[in-house]
Design a protein around this ligand. Structure first.
Ligand SMILES: [Zn+2]
Length: 324
């Protein structure tokens, strides 16, 4: 079922207390949404689906109307998830920069989302605090969860590009959480957005623990979010969770799984749409039952389901749904 903000807050509190992670998965299409919800539900794990600014523009079509795109994605998630009783899923706005402030407010006021991320990490610290606090004030009225960010996360993700890595400073994290009142915040600890090889990642997982310990000591315990986690090993993710991470973002992994599944399908089924050299033009008939999009998109959907099923095993959220 769909989780409103207050329920999602319970999910993160439980995750923090019991030290497991919630996998937040980027979505655009109904295929991804169905695959993910099916997967979370089969493992009795709660989950979070998230939409980037690029995703909502794409979803709305050529007019790129973000409000329309968000309405569509939110409706799909609410309708599809209403069939499943073993897990709750929320909807989150991923990396909304301050220029999308009005979009964030629209989504909150219209009940489209359970949580939002305001990413003003490129602004000066005081400006980041100011705009993040403004989002928290709007969100509070509706029970919506808010994620902020301090420090840059290197790499490319949709409209978010950074060539630099700026590790989050624990003291700055404490000041940020105290001043803004965010429920979650993204820490930069060396992960990269996009495709990375293990050797390119200079991870500092101890930094998560250092930040978490400092927040707890000051009575402002918060959930820490790990972005750019597609390239991490299972053990690295487990350590991050033990150190205080409650939300792990995944985007690239699904894109890769879907592309591979479709590529594999067409490698095997190429003759359904392309005439083999040894068949004459008169004898060749394309095969509708194999080029039906439900067939090849179906393999992509299945691959996403399998991916999330293995991810929740690693993050420890299996059988932990608040609905059970
Ligand atoms: Zn991110």
């Amino acid at each position: 079922m769909f989780l409103q903000g207050e329920d999602l807050r319970k999910v993160f509190l439980k995750a923090k207390k019991e030290r497991f992670g919630i996998i937040a998965s980027n979505v655009v299409f109904d295929s991804t949404i169905r695959g993910l919800i099916e997967g979370y539900n089969s493992k009795k794990s709660d989950g979070l689906l998230q939409m980037s600014s690029g995703a909502v523009k794409f979803a709305s079509g050529n007019l790129k109307n973000m409000n329309v795109g968000a309405e569509l994605i939110s409706s799909m998630i609410k309708i599809i998830s209403s069939q499943y009783k073993n897990s709750g899923v929320g909807l989150h706005i991923d990396h909304a920069t301050p220029n999308y402030f009005d979009f964030i407010v629209y989504c909150i006021e219209n009940g489209l989302v359970s949580s939002v991320m305001i990413d003003a990490s490129k602004e000066k610290f005081e400006d980041n605090v100011k705009v993040t606090k403004e989002v928290v004030e709007v969100a509070r009225k509706y029970g919506v969860v808010v994620e902020g960010e301090i420090g840059y996360i290197k790499g490319n993700e949709d409209e978010i590009v950074s060539n630099d890595e700026l590790y989050t400073k624990p003291e700055e994290a404490l000041e940020f959480v105290k001043k803004t009142g965010v429920d979650l915040f993204a820490a930069s600890v060396g992960t990269n957005h996009g495709v990375t090889k293990g050797s390119q990642v200079v991870l500092n997982l101890d930094l998560i623990k250092e930040i978490d310990t400092l927040l707890i000591k000051n009575n402002v315990e918060t959930g820490i979010v790990l972005h750019g986690a597609s390239g991490l090993t299972a053990q690295q993710q487990i350590t991050a969770i033990q150190n205080g991470v409650v939300k792990i973002n995944k985007d690239t992994r699904y894109q890769m799984e879907m592309a591979e599944a479709v590529q594999k399908y067409w490698e095997i089924n190429k003759d359904a749409i392309v005439r083999p050299n040894d068949v004459s033009l008169e004898d060749y008939i394309p095969e509708k039952k194999r080029f039906d999009p439900r067939k090849w998109l179906g393999t992509a959907e299945k691959s996403v389901q399998e991916a999330i099923e293995s991810l929740v095993e690693i993050s420890g959220s299996v059988n932990k749904s608040i609905l059970l």
